[in-house]
Write a protein that binds this ligand. Structure first.
Ligand SMILES: [Zn+2]
Length: 56
């Protein structure tokens, strides 16, 4: 298994990434909320608004 970003060989210091660059890219994905867990489908992220119990 390699880096999840660019699939290059990983470096122990930056595991599971190959470099700080890829680690930053992964972090940015989390921050942007666009990171999807591989086992989940994108459709699952679309929750119906009815699920919100409290009105704003
Ligand atoms: Zn990488």
């Amino acid at each position: 298994m390699g880096c999840p970003i660019c699939e290059a060989e990983t470096v122990p210091k930056y595991r599971p990434f190959c470099s700080r660059r890829c680690a930053d890219i992964d972090l940015a994905r989390w921050v942007n909320g666009s990171y999807a867990v591989p086992s989940q489908r994108e459709e699952d992220q679309d929750l119906p608004e009815e699920e919100s119990p409290l009105p704003h």
